[in-house]
Design a protein around this ligand. Sequence first.
Ligand SMILES: [Fe+2]
Length: 384
Amino acid sequence: MKRILLLAAGLLLSISAFAASNLIYGPWVSNISETGFTVLWVTEKPSLDYVLVAPDDGSAFERTNRPQFYETAYGRRVSGRYHSVRVEGLEPGTSYRYRVMGQVIKDNSTPYRFQYGPKVRISPKKDASVRTLSASARECRFSVLNDIHYHDARYTKLASGINMEATDFLLLNGDIVSYTDNIDTVAKHCIVPIAAQAARLPLVYARGNHEGRGRDFAKFYGLFPTSTGDFWYSFRQGPAAFIVLDAGEDKPDSSAEYGGQADYDPWRQKETQWLREAVKDPAFVSAPVKICLMHVPTVNYKDSWYSQVWASETWGPILAAAGIDLMISAHHHKWICSPAGEDGKAYPVLVNSNLERMDVVVTADNISVSTYDEAGALVHQWSK
Ligand SMILES: [Fe+2]
């Protein structure tokens, strides 16, 4: 009897603890720059939440009035379940702590009489810290995961080996999920297995062909916003400049699998226009090392599918003329090392396996790549 009572009390405690927290996924960090980042999280109930930011200097978070950042639209603070707050005005290469606070919306049916629950802390008790990018950093260090396709346990194991103190960002190089049928499911599978890493390491997402599939495909961008508002963008960290590209679906738009909804040909043309300008950007041109991140590699094999051939023939020459030092890709579910001058392109391409994590260290005169399996054993190495 005593045991049953204890179990019941434990159950009540866990229910009340769950009820007290409106958070279900996150927080995670995306769209990192030298002066800002975006914090994202998902709540169970619609709420009006905000982010507090403090220097990572050991000072008490509550000691002074920390700046508050809300998601806003057209002059108003946005409430809802999916939260995406831009933090700006930061210093380059500097670590900041952040804390998410908020209030559940009890009743917003009457414009002048909103009813809220109590203001509570949303993010975990220990404040996470995030470091902004800096073009003057001596090195750029990042990890890569790709083609997880819902294998949460593998995702967790591969990510657990990341040295978070010595890593600037985590590249999710596409196909972390197989479909975007339900955005809640996507958020759950992309974030929960790597929650510890995602709260601290900025996530750089290079969309794969699979994230574009399913009913909620148009909501996917909202989970991983970028500096351009699309899935192609660029950024700089230390000696390395990055171009992120998205080749879209792998088959022709008219393929029966897409049910008449694919329209990637004109979209890739628009992306091409952006790419032609992006490679002229002074921050890109002046970088000692130039890396392209893209789910589908520009390797043109005899049996390569439609968009892979198209990207190799269209983007390959632009990237080669821009002096790309390396392309890091995914999609093939195996390690591929295609040297410069082979497979229809002038630069080396590395494809990371779906079973390994790739760690990359870039200095002004070297790119060092190592891959590790779930057990943490070194599998492949490459350096320029
Ligand atoms: Fe893929």
